[in-house]
Design a protein around this ligand. Structure first.
Ligand code: ADP
Ligand code: MG
Length: 242
């Protein structure tokens, strides 16, 4: 079943055309890794998927509902699409538990009691059940990023978007975050990840999408994309990053 459908999506900032007609279908439970050089439009594509940026043209459909206009309310959108960023963006003066409970209570109107129960579940899932009452500053970067993932999961998204979620971490903390994502993938979570972790893309993604200058330049299985790149641009990118 197709969960995310992107058809001929365009986005410009002023005269700068950043997305020049993106077509992408992501099935339920699929893991798609988006790779490509800095400036190729990867973050903009993810931001259009959760409407942090409004696309100028084309259609985006998530779980059968079009994102254009007011077809999907912010509440509905937040129930469908979760996002985790490079910077963890936790509220520093709130505990881990409060950070995770906030959106379910404020956006979805869940009771505090229900939100707390879900918060404990998702924190357990990311291996941080013992940090419920800690403050972000008391955690390592890897732990903070796992809290950010738990916070996204607390909204029960149908798809989780991850934009370079390990790029701000010290190298020794990258693995713990990737392992959480891998476990989510194994559980059947639909994931769209922008990543520089080529090993992770190769091992965990069902499909790898290479973006270049605002277009999907090449896409395929990890074996195709890494083992048998067809375009000069992808060959060059791979030789630069591997
Ligand atoms: P990537 O994530 O692949 O590095 P981005 O999607 O962040 O690429 O950016 C693509 C291009 O769009 C870059 O040239 C960037 O400077 C530009 N851009 C991104 N966001 C904005 C914005 N809000 N306003 C103006 N230009 C932007
Ligand atoms: Mg980016």
């Amino acid at each position: 079943m197709t969960l995310v459908c992107v058809k001929n999506v365009h986005k410009a900032f002023g005269t700068l055309e950043v997305l020049k007609g993106i077509d992408l279908e992501v099935g339920q439970g699929e893991v798609v890794a988006i790779i490509g050089r800095s400036g190729s439009g990867k973050s903009t594509l993810l931001r259009c998927l959760n409407q942090l940026e409004k696309h100028d043209g084309g259609d985006i459909t998530i779980a059968g509902k079009c994102l254009d206009g007011d077809a999907m309310s912010p509440k509905e959108l937040s129930a469908n699409v979760g996002m985790v960023f490079q910077s963890f963006n936790l509220f520093p003066h709130k505990t881990v538990g409060e950070n995770v409970c906030l959106a379910p209570v404020v956006v979805r109107g869940e009771s505090r009691r229900d939100a707390e129960r879900v918060a404990r579940e998702v924190l357990e899932k990311v291996g941080l059940s013992d940090k419920y009452d800690s403050y972000p500053a008391q955690l390592s970067g890897g732990q903070q990023q796992r809290v950010a993932i738990a916070r996204a999961l607390a909204m029960h998204p149908k798809v989780l978007l991850c934009d370079e979620v390990t790029s701000a971490l010290d190298p020794e903390l990258v693995g713990e975050v990737l392992r959480v994502l891998e476990a989510l993938a194994e559980e059947g979570m639909t994931l769209i990840l922008v990543t520089h972790e080529m090993g992770f893309a190769r091992d965990v993604a069902d499909r790898v999408v290479f973006m270049h200058q605002g277009r999907i330049h090449e896409a395929g299985t990890p074996t195709d994309v890494f083992g048998n790149p067809k375009t000069a641009e992808l060959k060059q990118f791979i030789s630069a990053v591997l």
